[in-house]
Design a protein around this ligand. Structure first.
Ligand code: HEM
Ligand code: HEM
Length: 176
């Protein structure tokens, strides 16, 4: 009645990475000593690229392995809200790394992980594009945080209040 073990590992692996990415992004953009800021930027850029790869694989897996239907007791409106929230989360999980990539490469900065792997930059320097990507990345971060709050509120409502089996469709990570 739940998600398979691969979908669960993708879900909770993504959660772990996002739980690192958001605070690191917020901290590294403050006025802090360079000795802390530089490694945080390198971590944020490298882990963000990993998020992009993992999310593309996750979406491909999801398309090939659709989850079983929700319990019949869930009202139509709640199904629609859950579906829209999940679509929005997937869209932002793609848009955040892409806008981050564009912001960095069009700004003329390096992505150390990709350099180490020998992946060449896909764009030239373009300051207006970098500025637009930066604005988008910031707005996207706010939207992602709002959707995660809504999503976690929904999951907690099902897991703690309704106890209708919806939360156990995704938790624990290694169950089937
Ligand atoms: C899931 C992926 C990502 C999330 C959730 C995320 C989140 C954030 C957050 C919360 C901030 C601080 C708010 C802001 O100033 O915009 C930020 C800033 C930033 N992120 Fe990301 N990020 C992601 C991926 C990436 C990637 C892949 C890169 C580059 C390769 C990147 C590069 C940056 C840069 C350069 C900033 C500073 C923005 C600026 O000052 O213009 N991010 N990110
Ligand atoms: C970074 C934070 C999170 C993100 C980005 C995220 C993303 C997602 C996405 C995209 C789905 C849809 C799966 C699909 O049908 O393809 C999903 C499902 C689910 N998530 Fe999360 N999630 C996050 C955190 C959490 C947390 C903290 C909980 C638990 C408190 C949770 C519980 C669930 C549950 C129970 C489902 C299955 C819902 C259903 O059966 O329709 N998620 N999540």
């Amino acid at each position: 009645m739940g998600y398979g073990v691969v979908a669960r590992i993708f879900h909770w692996g993504t959660v772990l990475m996002i739980v690192v990415m958001i605070p690191v992004g917020l901290i590294m953009t403050q006025e802090i000593p360079r000795s802390i800021q530089d490694p945080l930027f390198i971590l944020h850029k490298g882990l963000g690229v990993v998020v992009l790869v993992v999310v593309v694989l996750r979406i491909a897996w999801r398309l090939a392995n659709p989850p079983p239907p929700l319990p019949a007791s869930i009202p139509a409106l709640q199904r629609r809200v859950a579906r829209a929230t999940h679509l929005g989360l997937y869209a932002l999980l793609l848009a955040m790394p892409v806008s981050g990539y564009v912001r960095v490469i069009a700004g003329g900065f390096p992505i150390e992980l990709l350099n180490a792997l020998g992946v060449p930059p896909l764009l030239g320097k373009n300051e207006p594009l970098a500025a637009a990507a930066s604005t988008f990345h910031f707005g996207g971060a706010l939207a992602l945080m709002a959707l995660i709050l809504l999503h976690v509120a929904g999951a907690s409502y099902h897991g703690l209040v309704r106890r209708d089996g919806v939360a156990s469709r995704m938790w624990p990570p290694f169950s089937t």
